[in-house]
Design a protein around this ligand. Structure first.
Ligand code: GH3
Ligand code: MG
Ligand code: MG
Ligand code: MG
Length: 313
């Protein structure tokens, strides 16, 4: 007998395939006063498909981290401006740099000095030996671990979207940037209509499926940029950098139409049609992130009050 068609399983399979897409190249920052050595390490890692940036002066590192967002720092021990362990200690004291793997690459073979460097915040200590494979292995492994950790910390486990904390963090960044650049910034709050009755009628598992499927549609509409988050329960948010209120509302309305056309698979096999309401707001002069959220929330409330399945401004 042929197996019955299992829609949920197929959807999960597709999700897994999409998540396994080829990863971004690792971003590595090399800090070394010796041009020859920096060049060697840079070549090795670049050939291994990584994106490498080198700097001679360790004092430029904090600024470069903010700019390039490296996923690993390869750090020399002895440089004229300051030593590698001094720099590591400074980086570890600043929460903004928290958790970036620091790997020392030095000719220092004295065990005591190596231990000090690790105590100051180094995650590993490689002795310069011109072995490209060792360097590639360690760097790739540490970047991978760092990515997993960040993923775990910043994402909501059900939807893989940004979690509340990281959504707000991202919004704060974008608000600051918008005020600096005088570009418009819009923000949307989305809330599924009568979601409680989905849970009540079909069970929590189907409710979870609906949340996941809306998350999937949001991710597809805004790939890569990490601007979509799960605000809470069945509520989602989208950050729209460089987008006016009307354009953002238009995009949310397209999502609303798409979501409304979707037929969710239910426990009883019947297709279920749902809708969401949304509120969109644009950042005003001198407005803070908190007010932007409040304004979008008020617009969402209006959309609900006006009958749901619509986008409020
Ligand atoms: P409204 O149209 O006014 O938004 O009605 P609603 O029923 O969607 O609103 P309400 O906020 O009262 O209900 C939200 C429900 O979402 C309540 C809660 O049980 C459910 N919920 C929150 N998080 C989850 C989740 O992760 N999974 C499931 N299945 N349900 C959740
Ligand atoms: Mg040196
Ligand atoms: Mg709600
Ligand atoms: Mg709701």
């Amino acid at each position: 007998l042929p197996k019955p068609f299992d829609g949920h399983r197929l959807i999960d399979q597709i999700d897994r395939m999409l998540e396994a897409r080829s990863p971004q190249p690792a971003r590595v920052l090399i800090v070394d006063d010796s041009e020859t050595l920096a060049h060697w390490a840079s070549n090795v890692l670049t050939m291994a498909g990584m994106r490498v940036r080198s700097v001679k002066n360790p004092l430029k590192v904090p600024q470069l981290i903010a700019l390039e967002k490296p996923e690993l720092i390869l750090l020399d021990m002895y440089m004229p401006e300051c030593t590698g362990d001094e720099l590591a200690r400074v980086l570890r004291q600043n929460p903004a740099f928290d958790g970036i793997p620091i790997v020392f690459l030095s000719s220092e073979t004295q065990r005591g000095r190596q231990l000090t460097a690790r105590r100051m915040g180094g995650d590993d200590f490689l002795v310069k030996n011109n072995d490209p494979d060792e360097l590639i292995d360690i760097v790739a492994m540490m970047v991978d671990r760092y990515r997993r950790l960040r993923e775990l910390m910043s994402r909501d486990s059900l939807t893989r979207l940004l979690n509340h904390t990281h959504l707000i963090e991202r919004l704060l960044q974008e608000v600051a940037r918008a005020h600096e650049t005088i570009h418009p910034l819009s923000f949307a709050m989305i809330d599924i209509d009568h979601f409680k009755s989905v849970n009540d009628r079909y069970g929590h598992a189907v409710g979870d499926r609906v949340i996941k499927s809306l998350a999937r549609q949001l991710r597809q509409a805004f790939p890569g940029a990490d601007l979509v988050g799960r605000y809470g329960g069945e509520e989602f948010s989208i950050i729209f950098p460089n987008t006016s209120l009307l354009r953002a509302a238009q995009q949310v309305d397209e999502l609303r139409l798409g979501f409304g056309e979707f037929r969710h698979l239910c426990s009883n096999g019947e297709p279920l049609a749902l809708s969401f309401s949304a509120g969109v707001a644009q950042l005003g002069n001198g407005m803070q992130a908190e007010q932007l959220i409040e304004t979008a929330d008020a617009a969402l409330y209006q959309a609900k009050a006006a009958g749901r399945n619509q986008v409020g401004l």
